[in-house]
Design a protein around this ligand. Structure first.
Ligand SMILES: Cc1ncc(COP(=O)(O)O)c(C=O)c1O
Length: 375
């Protein structure tokens, strides 16, 4: 069967895919239809954090599938309530709205920010990526993604990332919210400067806008702490999560402070599938597994080791925990070379490689990956 030919025939061509059909997986490895094994440093784009086909997650999901798959938000369900309580412990946020993806979490964040402040303007940053739906796209920087779909949500202004003076010029009393990736992911793994984040907090104090921290890519241990905000001691007014939240099962969440929650009423937002019991159980199992195996600590330790190895061979190596970027001469050929040698890596531009492996990865596997990259 030529799956790739069939895909071209029936699937809308919105993606640039690598020429392999992945059929099964285990831990840090995936297997294609020819039975070839690949060490996976992409993890479903920073998603499969506790490893592929994780047995604990599979068992918890299987139990829930047999009990209750879906009922909607017309009724109460226990997994959703328990997950919200758990998230309040690990995020420090007060109330939670569940959805199914990162872009939906950002849509919710923008709506809640407008409702809570009664203001309209958003400020985002050069390089920021927040998703593909019309609202999230409006605060996403890359013009190639935005231009064909204009007019989008307005007013939105982009300030230069890590430039305090420019941000100061762009925010004012009319600003509903500033939305920020503390470590820019799609742009190629660029952390915000501590001074810059401090300035944002001071400007928040001065103008009264809300701070939306987008932790869709950085959340759940990816950066070596539970959330990137923990590196900066930031308390967001609104925070978005998705990707690793269910370690591969689709779930997203928009978390808010008590002050924002007080302004939100029934009917302001909703989702048929949001907070689905199976997705919530998958997220709970993910968090429990991360805690039990100390994977946040593993992310910090192995990430540091990986960066040290990479610095011996590549330019501009940067990152936090197991969210790492570096430069090569030709990133597209580099990805293809690695693929041929049984290693999945991903490029974020023509020169930039991003590594976001499962958080269970070991120093031994990282050493093997490096050997493939430099051979
Ligand atoms: C920071 C950030 N926000 C939002 C999104 C959108 O998430 P999704 O693809 O689940 O809609 C992404 C996806 O890469 C992201 O990295």
């Amino acid at each position: 069967m030529d799956w790739i030919e069939k895909e071209r025939k029936f699937i809308l061509q919105t993606y640039t895919r690598q020429p392999v059909v992945i059929e099964r997986s285990e831990g840090c490895y995936v297997y294609d239809t020819e039975g070839r094994r690949y060490l996976d440093l992409v993890a479903g784009i920073a998603t499969v954090s506790i490893g592929h086909s994780n047995k604990y997650l599979v068992e918890r999901v299987r139990e829930q599938l047999e009990k209750l798959i879906h009922i909607s938000n017309l009724y109460y369900t226990i997994p959703q309530i328990e997950l919200a309580e758990k998230l309040s412990q690990i995020t420090g946020m007060d109330k939670f709205f569940f959805c199914n993806s990162g872009t939906e979490a950002v849509e919710a964040a923008l709506k809640f920010a407008r409702k809570a402040t009664g203001k309209k303007k958003f400020v985002s940053f050069t390089g920021d990526f927040h998703g593909r739906t019309m609202g999230a796209l409006s605060v996403t920087y890359k013009e190639k993604f935005r231009k064909p779909f204009m007019p989008l949500v307005e007013p939105v202004e982009f300030a230069e990332f890590n430039n305090i003076e420019e941000l100061d010029r762009k925010v004012d009393e009319e600003t509903a919210a500033v939305i920020l990736e503390l470590v820019q992911g799609e742009a190629g793994v660029y952390p915000a400067d501590a001074e810059f984040v401090k300035a944002i907090l001071e400007l928040r104090e001065k103008y009264g806008f809300l701070l939306i921290v987008d932790e869709v890519q950085t959340g759940f241990g990816r950066t070596g702490k539970w959330f990137a905000k923990d590196h900066y001691a930031v308390k967001p007014d609104i925070m978005t999560m998705a990707k690793a939240m269910g370690s591969g099962m689709p779930i997203g969440c928009c978390a808010v402070s008590e002050e924002v929650a007080e302004k939100i009423e029934a009917g302001d937002h909703g989702s048929t599938f949001g907070g689905n019991p199976v997705a919530c159980i998958a997220s709970m199992a993910t968090i429990e597994f991360i805690e039990r195996r100390a994977l946040v600590e593993n992310s910090a330790r192995v990430g540091k080791y990986f960066v040290r190895l990479l610095k011996e061979h590549f330019e501009n190596v940067r990152g936090m925990g197991l969210m790492i970027g570096f430069e090569v001469d030709d990133a597209i050929s580099f990805v293809k070379k690695c693929l041929k040698r049984g290693l999945l890596v991903n490029n974020t531009s023509e020169r930039s490689i991003r590594l976001v492996p499962p958080l269970i990865i070991t120093e031994k596997e990282v050493t093997q990956a490096l050997e493939v990259m430099v051979s």
